[in-house]
Design a protein around this ligand. Structure first.
Ligand code: ADE
Length: 282
């Protein structure tokens, strides 16, 4: 996969030389090209931003420099491949669509990704309007918080996508067992994991994992995934495919909900209890 990244901080991407991504690059599985956006400016100060129309705080990245940069990088990539391929353009922004494991899997199928991370208040919106007509263009958010710029989001996305490319993880591990992986793990968090020793500071490894019984271990892992998801991300449980749940799954969910209800009523009967606002009738 070819990956182009245009940024005013290309040095930000040094971590892509390390560990799994570094190896994927060495092996030629991941072909990453970093570009300095300021190379496409024409003034002595190499200006990439300007004040926002309509007023307000902060600065907005200028469309001309992004246009020249994106055009040149596409031209370059096409010349290198000798074809007429076009990249998928990804613009990280907190106001984008959520980046999920499903999106990572979709991107992992692409031969060429072009990332355009912004600094300041973002890129003039006409850039996405322009390339949205010429390329498949996505504005993507990695979470409901605001970073100082899109670079960290690009690192996150390249790593999430890169590890899915064939040959990167090797045969030792299947990405099908990951949290959120489509299939059995869709909308589920992975449960706890353990290694040797069997007892550490008095904490024991669950007996079933030492049993060597593959069926029971698989069942236990699924139960733990369900319990952890119910506890930490109940909104994901609501999205579980009900037809994909077996009798045992349903029992685990019911038991968890019963215990939760018991804890709630125990808390409610304690002196000094005040109902949460959502539990108070209007
Ligand atoms: N740039 C700033 N915050 C971001 C976020 N949460 N996701 C993607 N890009 C961003």
């Amino acid at each position: 996969m070819r990956v182009d990244i245009i940024s005013i901080f290309p040095e930000y991407f040094a971590p892509l030389d390390v560990s799994l991504m570094g190896k994927a690059r060495e092996r030629g599985i991941l072909d990453i090209h970093l570009h300095q956006l300021r190379d496409w400016t024409h003034d002595v100060h190499k200006t990439v931003d300007d004040t926002p129309y309509g007023g307000g705080p902060g600065m907005v990245m200028k469309p001309e420099v992004w246009g020249e940069a994106v055009d040149a990088v596409i031209e370059d990539g096409r010349a290198a491949s000798g074809g007429d391929a076009l990249p998928r353009l990804i613009v990280p922004t907190p106001s984008g669509r959520p980046f999920t494991q499903e999106v990572a899997l979709e991107y992992a199928e692409e031969p060429w990704l072009l990332f355009a991370p912004a600094r300041y208040e973002g890129i003039d919106s006409r850039v996405v309007a322009e390339y949205g007509e010429r390329l498949r263009t996505d504005e993507v958010s990695i979470g409901d918080y605001v970073l100082a710029g899109g670079e960290a989001a690009v690192l996150v996305m390249v790593e999430a996508v890169g590890r899915l490319l064939p040959g990167v993880l090797g045969n030792a591990r299947s990405v099908a067992d990951d949290s959120f992986a489509p299939g059995d793990m869709a909308n589920l968090l992975e449960g706890p994991v353990y290694t040797k020793p069997p007892v550490w500071r008095g904490h024991e490894v669950p007996e079933v994992l030492l049993s060597g019984h593959h069926g029971r271990i698989a069942r236990w892992r699924r139960d733990e995934a369900l319990r952890r998801t119910l506890d930490r991300r109940p909104e994901l449980v609501a999205r579980l495919d009900r037809d994909g749940l077996d009798k045992h799954d349903r029992r685990v969910i019911e038991e968890f909900e019963e215990r939760l209800e018991e804890r709630r009523s125990a808390a409610a009967s304690r002196p000094g209890f005040r109902a949460a606002p959502e539990d108070v009738a209007d």
